[in-house]
Design a protein around this ligand. Structure first.
Ligand code: 13P
Length: 340
């Protein structure tokens, strides 16, 4: 493991007010999003959509890295250029999702454990050889009556740490993603408590497995009330609660925190990240960045609808969201940007 190269790569992912674009939906998830808009659920439609994203003019101004799925990292542009090369030429570092999905935990209704450790060393070596410089693994933690259990938190934290150690051995920066889900009616305080507990467990396990904190990125949820909670917190309250939780649980050696969007609207995901940077940026040990999928892609996907003629308008929408989130990193995002 070359620690210096790893640390430099991690630093690059959160440098220059840029962030990550997650375009690593598994085929079932991508198909689900396509189906809701009447887009054919085919290999070619998924390829065309990923080409649309990767060829968006100017995307590299705001996006440092793009997370790909196994199918996508092997695909090409229509003219035969590998998508990995298209991204690299645009100044965007290619990354790869390496977990194989969250499966039901035995005897724990409503809780999941993420799988994918078997054979991971070999898969990481192949992805590195294909040009990936970082990887992603997502654990999901549901909030509800009596959950999450210690069993769920600890098993997922352990898997994340084993994945991260294997990534670093392969020279890939691990994006460590423990996601406390927004589903449910729980209050913001409950999400804060669960998120802090999860992050403490994750960093304990990362330490046990010898993961170099300077050579990783954390991809957490923001601290939010459940989607059906009767009290939806204002933007500043979300910013304060999220930063307080992170300050308590995330070591200062971690170079960057890149939030997932988790089902927030595109505008709220920008506004909340912006508020954190406006209020706290100068006092934080780590960069606060983004690693959004839906909050960057959704408007573009809705415009595209699988139609060739809509590609330029969809790319413009994607470019716009990327720019808004880069502005949010500087604390310069405002609602006016949306109408401009
Ligand atoms: P969302 O931003 O849509 O939550 O996706 C981020 C991600 O990478 C999920 O693993």
């Amino acid at each position: 493991m070359n620690v210096q190269v790893l640390n430099e790569s991690a630093g690059k992912l959160v440098a220059a007010d840029k962030g990550l674009l997650a375009m690593d939906e598994s085929n079932p998830t991508c198909n689900k999003r396509f189906a809701s808009l009447g887009i054919p659920q085919t290999v070619e439609a998924r390829r065309a959509y990923r080409e649309l994203i990767a060829t968006t003019p100017g995307l590299g101004e705001s996006i440092s890295g793009a997370i790909l799925y196994d199918e996508t990292i092997r695909q090409q542009k229509k003219d035969g250029t590998p998508l990995v090369k298209v991204l690299t030429d645009a100044g965007i570092i290619p990354g790869i999702k390496v977990d194989t999905g969250a499966k039901d935990m035995p005897g724990r209704a409503g809780e999941k454990i993420t799988e994918g450790l078997d054979g991971l060393r070999e898969r990481l070596a192949e992805y590195a050889q294909m040009g990936a410089r970082f990887a992603k693994w997502r654990a999901v933690i549901a909030v509800g009556d009596g959950i999450p259990s210690r069993a769920c938190i600890e098993a997922n934290a352990h898997a994340l740490a084993r994945y991260a150690a294997l990534c670093q051995e392969a020279g890939l920066v691990p994006i460590v993603e423990p996601e406390v889900l927004m589903d449910g009616a729980h209050f913001l305080e409950c999400c804060a408590e669960v998120t802090e507990q999860v992050l403490r467990s994750v960093f304990y396990q990362l330490d046990v497995q010898g993961v170099v904190l300077e050579g990783m990125i954390l991809k957490p949820n923001m601290v939010l009330p459940g989607l059906s909670c009767p009290r939806q917190a204002p933007v500043d309250e979300v910013a304060d609660a999220t930063v307080q939780c992170l300050l308590r649980a995330v070591p200062a050696a971690v170079p960057g925190i890149a939030f997932l969007s988790g089902g927030q609207s595109a505008e709220l995901a920008s506004a909340r990240l912006n508020a954190m940077n406006v209020r706290f940026k100068s006092r934080l040990p780590w960069a606060l960045a983004f690693s959004y999928a839906r909050a960057i892609q959704q408007p573009a996907l809705e415009i595209w609808q699988g139609k060739e003629a809509k590609v330029p308008a969809a790319q413009q929408a994607l470019y716009h969201r990327a720019r808004c989130n880069s502005a949010a990193r500087r604390g310069e995002y405002s609602a006016a940007m949306e109408s401009a």
